[in-house]
Design a protein around this ligand. Structure first.
Ligand code: 6R9
Length: 583
C-alpha cells in the first residue's frame, strides 16, 4: 500500500477492506526488545547522549553530519557526530570540574544555537539533569523555573542574562554557575567557550543507569506553579523507537523539527530521536517565516518534517503561491504535534507539499509519541491516529469514589494510558501529591478529552482543565493571573484561551479593578505591557477585558468556565453545579 494514501472516508468499511489497517500489528511488541536495540554503556547502564552521538561514532558514522545549523543571518555550520561527541565530552568534563554531577540540574536559557545542543548532550553525559527554559519567557517564568529546579548551572547569553536573570540572582542561592555562550569570564559569570577550551576532548563513558534522572521539563496545570516533569535515561528507548517507527527516521535522513528545545518536543524530537537514529538534524535559529521555511525545505532537501498546526495554518493562510516553484521532492514524511490538526490541514499538506500531515499525540508527561497516524497506514484526516505498539490507550471517566470506568466507542471522556512505557515521567519535582493524582487503577490520566471510534482511532475533543495552548505553547492560568495581581490596579484576574484562527487559542485576561481605579484603554495597555515585561510575549495576555466582578465559587475561586462561556456567547449553564464547583 502507498503509505501516503489518504483514506478520505472515516467509515469502518473503507478500513476493513485493508487487512493491515483493520488488524494493527502489536502482538509481537515488547519494550525489552526495543531496549535491546540500544547500545547500552560499556560497563552496563544507559545514557541518552551516549546513544545519541557516541553510538553513531562507534558504529563508524562519526563523519556523518549530526547537526546542520542555519543562523538568522545566513550563516551555516555543520557538526559531525564525532565533533558533537567531542564537544559534549568537553562540556561534561567542564561540569565535573565545577563539581556538578549526578542529579544536579543544568538549565539552558538560550535560542536555537549549537551551544544549546552541546549543553544538552554534555549535561546528560555528566549524569546531570538537563532542564530547558524557553528563551522567550520573561523574567518571572525564568525565575520560577530556576528556583523550582534548584538549578546549579545556567547556560545562557549575555543579553538574556542581563534582561531576565541578573537582577534576581540573589534570590537563587543554588545557582552556582552562569555560563555565557557569547561572554567573557566575569565576577559572577564564566565564558562557555572558555570552559570548553580548558577541557580535554575525551572522557570515560558515562556511568548512568536507565532509571537515573536525565531531563526535567516544566509544564503547566490549572492551579499552582509550573510542574517539573522528571524523565529518566530509559526514555531514550521510546525516543529512538518512535523516531524510527512514527517519523520513519533512517540513518542519513535530513530531519527538521521546528519545535524550540525550550519545550518537550524540541528535546525529544528536536535532539534525541533524530540523533539516536543517525539522522542529520536541521536547526534554524530564526523564527517562523513562510518564504524562509519553504526555502529550507527545498534547499536542505528535508526528508522528514515535524511541525505544528499553528505553523501549518500560517502556511495555509499564505496560500499556495509561496509554495509554488519549490522542489519539495525530497520530503518523504510530514508530521504534526501539539494542537488539534484539522482534516483541512492534513489534506492541504498532501496537495501543496506532496505529503499529508501525520498527526501525532503526546504530552510532556508521556515523554514521547503515544498515539499517531503512523507511516504504515493511510492517514485518517482529523484523527490523532492509533496507539503505538506497546501503548494501551482508553477513554475513561473518573469515578467520584476513585478508580476509572471505561467508556464505549464514540463516547467522550478522558484519554488514559496504561502505565509502563519507558518515557513516562517518574514524578513532578517536589510534588508527589500532584504526581499521584495523575493515576488511577494503573492508568495515567492525561487531562485531555477525546473519543475513540469503532476502528480504534482517537479524536481530540478538548482539555478537561483550564490550561491553554497558544501557538503550540502550554500556558497555565495561575502564572499569568498572579503576575496581573501584582499590579496595584488589579483586584481580581482570570485567564482563558480565546479561540483564534491561527494560534489555536490566544491568552485573554479578565480583570476587576480596585475601587480607586477606572477602566480605560490606557490602563488596558498598561496592564498588557506590565504582563509582557514580566512574562514575555509568548505567555502574556494578548487581550484584556475589564469586568466589575469576576464570577466565583462560594469559596472565592474564579470560575474560568463562566468567563469562557461569556467570551463565546454561550449560556452560563446550570448555576447549581457552578455553586458546588470547589475543585
Ligand atoms: C508534545 C506536547 C500537551 C497537550 C496535550 C494536548 C495538546 C498535543 C496534540 C494535542 C490535539 C494533538 N496536544 N498533541 N491536541 N492533537 N495531536 O505538545 O506536549 O506541551 O505537554 O502539551 O497538547 O492538549 O495534553 P505539551
Amino acid at each position: 500500500m502507498d503509505k501516503t494514501t489518504i483514506n478520505h472516508s472515516p467509515s469502518p468499511g473503507a478500513l476493513a477492506s485493508d487487512p493491515k489497517v483493520a488488524e494493527p500489528v502489536r502482538t509481537e511488541f515488547s519494550w525489552a526488545a526495543a531496549r535491546a536495540e540500544l547500545d547500552g554503556l560499556p560497563g552496563g547502564g544507559l545514557n541518552i547522549a551516549w546513544e545519541a552521538v557516541d553510538r553513531q561514532v562507534r558504529a563508524g558514522r562519526g563523519e556523518a553530519t549530526a547537526l546542520r545549523w542555519l543562523g538568522k543571518t545566513g550563516e551555516r555550520r555543520e557538526f559531525s557526530y564525532a565533533e558533537l561527541a567531542r564537544l559534549s565530552d568537553r562540556f561534561a568534563n567542564g561540569l565535573e570540574r565545577l563539581g556538578v554531577g549526578r542529579g544536579d540540574r543544568v538549565c539552558a536559557l538560550i535560542g536555537r544555537v549549537p551551544d544549546l545542543y552541546i549543553t544538552a548532550l554534555g549535561t546528560l553525559k555528566a549524569g546531570a539533569v538537563f532542564c530547558p527554559l524557553f528563551s522567550a519567557f520573561g523574567p518571572e517564568p525564568v525565575r520560577v523555573r530556576l528556583a523550582r529546579s534548584r538549578a546549579r548551572v545556567l547556560v545562557t547569553t549575555t543579553l538574556l542574562y542581563e534582561r531576565k536573570v541578573r537582577a534576581q540572582r540573589a534570590g537563587l542561592p543554588d545557582l552556582a554557575h552562569v555560563l555565557l555562550a557569547d561572554g567573557e569570564d566575569g565576577a559572577d559569570v564564566r565564558a562557555f567557550q572558555g570552559l570548553l577550551d580548558a577541557e580535554p576532548d575525551d572522557r570515560a563513558p558515562p556511568r548512568t543507569t536507565a532509571e537515573d534522572w536525565a531531563l526535567l521539563h516544566f509544564t503547566s496545570g490549572t492551579t499552582g506553579l509550573p510542574k517539573g516533569a522528571i524523565h529518566v535515561h530509559d526514555a531514550v528507548t521510546a525516543h529512538r523507537l518512535t523516531g524510527r517507527s512514527i517519523l520513519d527516521l533512517r540513518p542519513g535522513d535530513v530531519f527538521w523539527c521546528t519545535a524550540d528545545p525550550g519545550w518537550v518536543t524540541g528535546v525529544s524530537y528536536g535532539i534525541i530521536a533524530p540523533l539516536t537514529n543517525g539522522a542529520t538534524l536541521v536547526v534554524d535559529e530564526a523564527e517562523f517565516d513562510v518564504r524562509r521555511w519553504y526555502a529550507i525545505l527545498e534547499r536542505e532537501r528535508v526528508n522528514v518534517w515535524y511541525t505544528a498546526p499553528t505553523a501549518i495554518r500560517l502556511l495555509m493562510k499564505a496560500g499556495p503561491e509561496p509554495a509554488r516553484g519549490h522542489d519539495l521532492s525530497a520530503l518523504r514524511l510530514a508530521a504534526s504535534v501539539g494542537e488539534p490538526l484539522h482534516a483541512e490541514g492534513v489534506l492541504w499538506g498532501e496537495e501543496h507539499l506532496g505529503q499529508p500531515f501525520h498527526d501525532t499525540w503526546w504530552q510532556t508527561e508521556t515523554g514521547a509519541i503515544m498515539i499517531a497516524n503512523d507511516p504504515g497506514h493511510p492517514v485518517r484526516p482529523g484523527s490523532m491516529g492509533q496507539p503505538l505498539p506497546g501503548i494501551e490507550a482508553a477513554i475513561v471517566r473518573r469515578r467520584p469514589e476513585g478508580g476509572v470506568e471505561f467508556l464505549a466507542s464514540d463516547e467522550e471522556g478522558e484519554l488514559a494510558l496504561r502505565v509502563g512505557w519507558p518515557s513516562m515521567f517518574r514524578g513532578y519535582l517536589d510534588d508527589e501529591e500532584r504526581y499521584r493524582a495523575c493515576f488511577a487503577d494503573g492508568w495515567y490520566l492525561s487531562g485531555d478529552l477525546a473519543r475513540r471510534d469503532a476502528d480504534g482511532y482517537f479524536w481530540f475533543v478538548g482539555r478537561s482543565d483550564d490550561v491553554i495552548k497558544t501557538a503550540g505553547h502550554l500556558i497555565g492560568p495561575f502564572e499569568v493571573e498572579s503576575v496581573l495581581l501584582e499590579h496595584p490596579a488589579v483586584a481580581e484576574a482570570g485567564m482563558i484561551g480565546k479561540p483564534d484562527d491561527y494560534a489555536g487559542q490566544i491568552v485573554k485576561a479578565f480583570v476587576a479593578l480596585k475601587p480607586d481605579y477606572v477602566a480605560s484603554d490606557a490602563l488596558r495597555k498598561e496592564l498588557i505591557g506590565f504582563a509582557r515585561t514580566r512574562l514575555g510575549p509568548a505567555v502574556a495576555p494578548r487581550e484584556l477585558e475589564f469586568m466589575t466582578d469576576l464570577p466565583k465559587t462560594r469559596s472565592g475561586k474564579i470560575l474560568r468556565r463562566l468567563l469562557r462561556a461569556r467570551e463565546l456567547g454561550l449560556p452560563p449553564g446550570d448555576l447549581s453545579t457552578v455553586e458546588g464547583e470547589e475543585t
